[in-house]
Design a protein around this ligand. Structure first.
Ligand code: ZN
Ligand code: ZN
Length: 243
């Protein structure tokens, strides 16, 4: 089953601010006051998107990426994964609050358009897939919903079924060690039989929250093994510190 945010938002009640419950702009559903007060990211690592701090920074690249660059080219997020963003994302994912997903995704679309201002945008938006079992129980893939908003406001095509999850993995956040998280995702992703990725050289991989980067790393490695392409990761929120 697939729920379009844009369709859903028309049926929902978008005139209430998703943060404070007061009246809000019908298009954004975040009131002016709450919009100003939402947490913002400072300067971030241009490779992994983590907020930079301290002095061990070279060329806007964190120490970790200097020592071991990720398998994707960049990661950019709209918000830090702190209150109230964490609760808003959870309400979107687990309570099907499409109005919240839409509002956060509009902010990501603005960041996306500003990032590529004056340069070529990715050719294709590719949402991180859910396994069929989780898709059936949740009823929608949050990354696809975010991608729909980016497609509409950034003018980039989206391929909902370019990737597939071949194993029903445990939630990454339930695993305590980096080794366990990596093993959990081993051979977890594949390219679907559709030919949507053929000839594509610049992909925007879409996810909701990036914490350890294990998922985006696993997908990027898999994609890079089969085709030469630039991969930019885009997600609503970035955890400030990896687990
Ligand atoms: Zn408000
Ligand atoms: Zn980094």
């Amino acid at each position: 089953m697939f729920h379009g945010l844009n369709r859903s938002i028309r049926r929902a009640l978008p005139t209430t601010c998703i943060v404070c419950g007061q009246n809000a702009d019908a298009d954004h559903s975040i009131c002016h006051e709450c919009g100003w007060e939402l947490p913002k990211l400072g300067e971030c690592c241009r490779r992994c998107g983590i907020e930079l701090s301290g002095t061990l920074v070279t060329d806007s690249c964190c120490t970790s990426c200097q020592l071991s660059p990720p398998s994707f080219d960049s990661c950019t997020c709209a918000f830090p994964y702190v209150s109230p963003i964490d609760k808003l994302v959870a309400d979107f994912k687990f309570s099907a609050r499409f109005d919240i997903g839409y509002s956060l995704s509009r902010a990501l679309a603005s960041t996306f358009n500003a990032y590529y201002n004056g340069q070529a945008k990715p050719e294709l938006l590719v949402p991180v897939p859910l396994h069929k079992n989780r898709l059936d129980s949740r009823g929608f893939n949050q990354a696809s919903e975010i991608g729909n908003v980016l497609a509409k406001y950034c003018g980039v095509s989206i391929a909902h079924c370019a990737l597939r999850r071949t194993r029903n993995t445990q939630p990454q956040t339930s695993l305590s060690s980096a080794a366990a998280r990596k093993a959990n995702l081993r051979k977890a992703f594949g390219v679907s039989k559709s030919d949507s990725l053929v000839g594509v050289t610049h992909i925007a991989l879409i996810d909701d929250v990036v914490t350890t980067m294990a998922t985006t790393q696993a997908i990027s490695r898999m994609l890079r093994a089969q085709q030469d392409c630039r991969i930019d990761v885009w997600c609503l929120a970035r955890a400030r510190r990896t687990l």
